[in-house]
Design a protein around this ligand. Structure first.
Ligand code: LLP
Length: 426
């Protein structure tokens, strides 16, 4: 395990987390390079016989230095904006490994992506298709596309991150897809390649993925009857991770034993029904590559008892990590040093932001902690920093990357001056 306790001290690879926190202050995100490489390898080996294209979903983490590592291992990018496309290219990700999704692509973003000659647009509506055609025709560049189809399959994840139901804004209804694909095939500058699906995120049950692949197999046959051949299936991302069992020992805190499918099981389930089709595969994993490779280190500022509640107030807030506030997401939290303590208590771990929703844990059984101590919030590599903000006038935290016994800051902490950056022309 790249992130683990050794003699009561939290280590990221060979570096004690206390050392990073004392040298660079808190809050700080700390990533493990070995952890990232291990996850990338798991994806590559699970699909070895099909050699798909893996497009890392930048929305999970868009740190330039991390993207460079991901790119070095042959991964491409799933982007959802011109900004993400810009960052992916800066990180050295080749254009022909970039797919572009999103229900609201602007004309400038489409032109930008056409000029970059990306691998494919994941088209989400008829109007978008028509706009892509008209821009591609004007600048006379081909537009490779997948049509994002909404399979109306329940991913059984949090409702905010389920995307594959007919009531969600994503993709086109299956009933409309055939007409749209026929239209795409008839347009001069559109090069129809295949179908894109993404049913949701933090999906921890394999059966919705399996059902999606079975559904795609039917779509393949149906389209064939209409004289249309699919050369690519882009199966999106969504594989969940275990947010509960993050250290070898439970340290007697609240933990849940839930078995999360691994990448190999996922690969078998999704490829299974499609195994004999002559198609290329694209996958867009985000969370499963990066979530468990990082911890967010915060310092305890104060503790206090209000009525029946004990609060542990830390120096990181929902502006640094919004997942608990937004999705009631669970992140394991332990002291960086000596996590095994005789004294335990039930607390809310909260930040300094002026919102009641600013919490990292509620009614959590934890070791008793004191002001000045460092706490580690686990599994924050995905949708952690990328969802951070300056809310309440708070500069964003730093990010550090550990490689063996070395570490370096891969994005510095913002300063107050950074809060003034955008006023230069005012
Ligand atoms: N592809 C598409 C089209 C997506 O919309 C997403 C995630 C992914 C790939 C990557 O999914 P993953 O492998 O990471 O599950 N902020 C939320 C998650 C939002 C996911 C949005 N789409 C969270 O913190 O849980």
């Amino acid at each position: 395990m790249a992130i683990r306790y050794e003699n009561g001290s939290l280590m990221v690879e060979q570096v004690p987390v206390e050392k990073i926190a004392s040298e660079h202050g808190t809050p700080i995100y700390v990533y493990s390079q070995a952890g990232i490489f291990e996850n990338l390898r798991a994806w590559s080996t699970a699909f070895e016989d099909r050699q798909p294209l893996f497009c890392f979903a930048l929305k999970a983490n868009d740190n330039l230095e991390i993207l460079k590592l991901i790119s070095q291992r042959g991964f491409g990018a799933d982007v959802v904006s011109g900004g993400e496309l810009f960052i992916a290219r800066k990180a050295g990700i080749p254009s022909d490994k970039i797919v572009f999704a999103g229900v609201g692509k602007r004309a400038e973003e489409i032109e930008h992506a056409l000029n970059e000659k990306i691998r494919a647009f994941n088209v989400e509506s008829r109007q978008e298709l028509e706009l892509i055609q008209s821009i591609a025709r004007r600048i006379d560049l081909p537009a490779p596309i997948h049509i994002r189809v909404n399979p109306d399959i329940d991913a059984r994840s949090h409702p905010y991150i389920s995307t594959g139901l007919s009531t969600n804004k994503f993709g086109v209804q299956a009933e409309q897809a055939i007409d749209l694909i026929k239209l795409a095939a008839s347009l001069s500058h559109i090069d129809f390649k295949g179908i894109h699906v993404h049913i949701g995120s933090q999906v921890t049950d394999i059966s919705p993925f399996e059902a999606t692949s079975r559904w795609l197999k039917e779509m393949y046959s149906l389209l064939k009857e209409h004289g249309i051949t699919i050369s690519t299936f882009d199966l999106g991302g969504g594989l969940g991770v275990d947010y509960h069992n993050v250290t070898e020992a439970s340290h007697d805190c609240d933990e849940k034993k839930e078995r999360i499918p691994n990448v190999r099981e996922y690969a078998e389930a999704v490829i299974g029904p499609l195994r004999h089709l002559p198609v290329d595969f694209v996958f867009e994993p985000g969370r499963s590559i990066i979530a468990n490779t990082a911890v967010l280190i915060v310092s305890v500022l104060y503790t206090k008892q209000n009525d029946s509640k004990k609060f542990v107030i830390v120096d990181g807030g929902m502006n640094d990590l919004i997942r608990p506030s937004l999705y009631q997401a669970y992140h394991h939290i332990l002291p960086v040093s000596s996590p095994d303590r005789d004294e335990k208590e039930r607390v809310d771990v909260v930040g300094p932001i002026c919102e009641t929703s600013d919490f990292f844990a509620r009614d959590r059984l934890m070791p008793v902690v004191m002001p000045g101590e460092h706490l580690a919030i686990f599994s924050v590599g995905a949708y952690g920093y990328s969802l951070s903000s300056n809310y309440n006038g708070r500069p964003r935290s730093a990010e550090a990357l550990v490689d063996g016994s070395n570490f370096r800051v891969i994005r510095r902490a913002e300063t107050y001056e950074d809060l003034l950056n955008l006023y230069d022309s005012v």
